[in-house]
Design a protein around this ligand. Structure first.
Ligand code: GLC
Ligand code: CA
Length: 540
């Protein structure tokens, strides 16, 4: 029986994110699917992960690859059937792997029955959304407008694309519908949800926003009291009845906002994804306009969040970000070393590590030739917006190719065959040509590969109380070198991360080197090599 003090399973979990479209295609239509995922469960087991976060698999017209849901209780036929999904849940369970589903409840697809009925004038369903005679001045998250005119001449609100109308969470019917959906899936045996943009779902009012550059109007919907109230109700009325793990994707959060959202005594979310570390190289928080990446900025942000939260959800990659080895590593001279360093960092920080498909083999950004290779709706809208600003094609191409979310969505590279073992057909998105040597089959045979480094790091983590449960403290270090301790009752580990492509002199503490991404012969007592990762242990 669970008691209040019983240890929650997710506190020691390592979670692997699957973007189903790009994971593994079982039937040759070029689109990853659920039987494809089932066929790779043993691989995930051998990697050592405890749970899978599955990006949306619900029916969807696919304008935002499933983040525009048209039926919350079904399975997108492109991905398989409900039987396939049930089989996935039970097979995973047999292997001791839990499934967490994506829950997108800020908006539905405009092709959802509710929205269709609303457009047809049904008053019940009109109140599920926001229809107004005149748009307000709110800013959009996707570079388009936030209001779209209907055939009746009024407008509906969408913070994302016009294919994603926002739900009206002031309406109790919406609450009942969505909690019913949550129970439907939890009863099928899933273990929790990753809640999409959860901190913006409750709109206080639709008044005009104060003038500001990014997301005008956000004071009316960001982290509102109404949102906190909803989360508490979800928790007491649904989540707490199951042994769930609930992680919220939260935009523009500060550590103080996050503390409220994850405070165990308040009973809202278990963990949140913050974005601040993703934006250390963007100008004014606009990711399309990059500035030079400086590792000390990343270190500062990670340290701030490590200190603020008891269980941060740690990630360096997901389906919305570029590949971490491009972002924070070095794909030219130090691809392998820097990918291993990022693995070490992500898996030794305090909290719950998330690994995104392909990250474990050091997959890189897409090698797209031009805008025609890009499929993402966000990139498409930004391109349109930049065109309106009369930016030249060459500039738009450069900005979009290096930042598009499609960089992380290229199919997983399973082997060195023509379509990387992802499909026997034509892949929906171009496969990287480096799949000839960056692929799971090749790396699993090489003891020194990034993949095997992940496996060893995961094993090391699982055997270490200090890493799984210990305290965290940053230690003074030369700029761009991150040194921190993880400490439990019997053990203190010093974690060294040289986030630069040159060697750095550092002071070493501790007694014995127990892990690293260089071989023992290379270990220098006063010096970290480029992108060196090292764990030094000392007894207490
Ligand atoms: C989240 C998802 C992203 C999606 C957006 C709208 O940020 O991660 O992929 O486009 O929400 O649902
Ligand atoms: Ca398929």
């Amino acid at each position: 029986m669970a008691t209040a003090s019983a240890k929650k399973w997710w506190k020691n979990a390592i979670i692997y994110q699957i973007y189903p479209r790009s994971f593994c295609d079982s039937n040759g239509d070029g689109i990853g699917d659920i039987p494809g995922i089932i066929s790779k469960l043993h691989y995930l087991k051998s990697l050592g992960v405890d749970a899978i976060w599955l990006s949306p698999v619900y029916p969807s017209p696919g304008y935002d690859n499933g983040y525009d849901i048209s039926d919350y209780k079904g399975i997108n036929p492109e991905f398989g059937t409900m039987e396939d999904m049930e089989r996935l849940i039970s097979r995973a369970k047999r292997l001791g792997i839990k499934i967490i589903m994506d829950l997108v409840i800020n908006h539905t697809s405009d092709e959802h029955e509710w929205f269709k009925k609303a457009l047809a004038g049904d008053p019940k369903y009109r109140d599920y959304y926001f229809f107004r005679d005149k748009p307000n001045n709110w800013g959009s998250l996707f570079g388009s407008s936030t209001w779209t005119k209907t055939e009746n001449g009024d407008y509906f609100l969408h913070l994302f694309s016009e294919k994603q109308p926002d739900l009206n969470w002031q309406n109790p019917d919406v609450y009942n519908e969505i909690t019913d959906i949550m129970r439907f899936w939890l009863d099928k045996g899933i273990s929790g949800f990753r809640c999409d943009v959860i901190n913006i779902i409750y709109k206080n009012s639709l008044e005009n926003g104060r003038p500001r550059l990014i997301l005008k109007g956000r004071e009316h919907y960001l982290n509102t009291e109404g949102c906190h109230e909803l989360l508490k109700r979800f928790n007491t009325e649904v989540w707490s009845k199951y042994k769930t793990f609930i992680v919220g994707e939260t935009i523009l959060v500060t550590p103080d906002d996050a503390k409220l959202l994850c405070d165990e005594n308040r009973g809202e979310l278990d963990a949140i994804f913050f974005f601040e570390h993703m934006d250390v190289d963007s100008r004014g928080g606009v990711k399309w306009f990059k500035k030079r990446y400086r590792p000390h900025k990343l270190i500062g942000v990670l340290d701030k969040w490590q200190c603020a939260l008891e269980f941060p959800a740690n990630y360096l990659e997901n389906h919305d970000q570029i590949r971490s080895v491009n972002h924070f590593g070095n794909t030219k001279e130090f691809w392998e070393k820097s990918a291993k360093l990022l693995c070490g960092l992500n898996l030794t920080l305090k909290g719950i590590p998330f690994i995104y498909e392909g990250e474990e083999i050091g997959m890189t950004n897409g090698d797209f030739r031009g805008l025609r290779d890009i499929k993402d709706i966000e990139s498409y809208n930004i391109n349109k917006a930049m065109k309106r600003l009369l930016l030249a094609h060459s500039i738009r191409r450069k900005l979009i190719l290096r930042t598009s979310r499609d960089n992380a969505r290229t199919p997983v590279q399973w082997n060195s065959s023509e379509n990387a073992g992802f499909t026997t057909g034509t892949p929906w998105l171009k496969i990287n040509s480096n799949s000839s040597f960056i692929n799971i089959e090749t790396e699993s045979k090489d003891d020194n590969s990034i993949l095997n480094f992940y496996k060893k790091m995961i094993e090391f983590r699982k055997a270490s109380q200090a890493i799984q449960e210990g305290s965290y403290r940053k230690i003074a270090a030369p700029s761009d070198v991150y040194i921190f301790t993880r400490e439990s009752r019997d053990e203190r580990l010093y974690i060294y991360c040289n986030l630069t492509s040159y060697g750095r002199s550092v002071e070493f503490y501790g007694d014995r080197i127990v892990f690293g991404n260089y071989t023992e012969d290379d270990w220098d007592p006063f010096y970290l090599k480029p992108y060196e990762f090292r764990i030094v242990a000392s007894n207490i």
